[in-house]
Design a protein. Structure first.
Length: 258
């Protein structure tokens, strides 16, 4: 009974993620939504700024604190270990939904491209960013990243395998292709309003800071293997050099969920 409840809990958290992911494409890209990131302002600029910064701060704190090993150890004193990742996904979903509901457009055009060609290129780049995000999750382990593997193995009473360090596909070009995808999503816009710029700047800054904490955890987990990976593969911007990691056992690079 307990395992079945955990399976249902994790499955619902994942379905919620899928809905949030699809909605986010419309929200950030101003596609088919009345209250998107660049909608018509309804509140004074300073009030909107405070609200938006608060929403982004809540998301950043939730995302970073719940991703840390110390928090996970504390949390699993009260919930089954197999449900820990699903709980992270659930609260990430809630933080995003809060942004969708209470985000305040701020008006003001920073840049705007009127050319159909420019709009098409930027929209294609925007969708490429989303595709990169999704593909990156599957290149590592999509089902583990969103807690499905943990709850399924719990239901079948099969222990989780020992994490291994691997470098699939895009992860040979940059250490964090998932974050590269997010950055492209934030900035690829034919119309950049003040609110959108605030969102892009703050989210990009958060990613750069979060990577430092994440890589510290990865070094603690994989030691010299990940340190060699750091030396040979760039963080976010690919290089033309064909670097190789001289290790025999590779493992899994865990980008945190956005």
């Amino acid at each position: 009974m307990k395992n079945s409840i955990i399976l249902l809990y994790g499955g619902l958290a994942y379905l919620m993620f899928l809905a949030v992911f699809i909605y986010a494409i419309g929200f950030v890209g101003n596609i088919g939504l009345a209250n998107s990131i660049d909608a018509i302002p309804k509140k004074p600029l300073m009030q909107a700024l405070i609200i938006n910064l608060s929403l982004l701060a809540i998301f950043a704190v939730q995302h970073s604190v719940m991703a840390r090993t110390t928090f996970k150890k504390w949390l699993t004193q009260y919930i089954p270990e197999s449900a820990e990742r699903s709980t992270y996904v659930l609260f990430s979903n809630l933080a995003m939904i809060a942004i969708f509901i209470w985000w305040e457009p701020m008006g003001g055009i920073v840049w705007q491209f009127e050319s159909t060609t420019a709009k098409t290129i930027l929209f294609s780049l925007y969708m490429f960013g989303w595709a990169t995000v999704l593909i990156s999750t599957f290149l590592i382990n999509h089902f583990e990243l969103f807690g499905l593997q943990q709850i399924w193995r719990q239901w079948q009473e099969i222990p989780m395998p020992t994490p291994k360090f691997v470098m699939p596909s895009l992860y040979k070009l940059v250490r964090h292709p998932l974050y590269v995808g997010w950055i492209v999503v934030f900035w690829a816009s034919a119309t950049m309003t003040v609110a959108h710029l605030l969102f892009a700047v703050m989210c990009t800054a958060y990613i750069v800071i979060a990577i430092r904490f994440e890589e510290k955890d990865l070094v603690n987990e994989f030691g010299e293997q990940y340190q060699a990976y750091q030396k040979n593969v760039p963080m976010l911007v690919p290089t033309l050099s064909n670097n190789k990691i001289h290790t025999t056992n590779h493992g899994e690079n865990h980008d945190t969920y956005q």
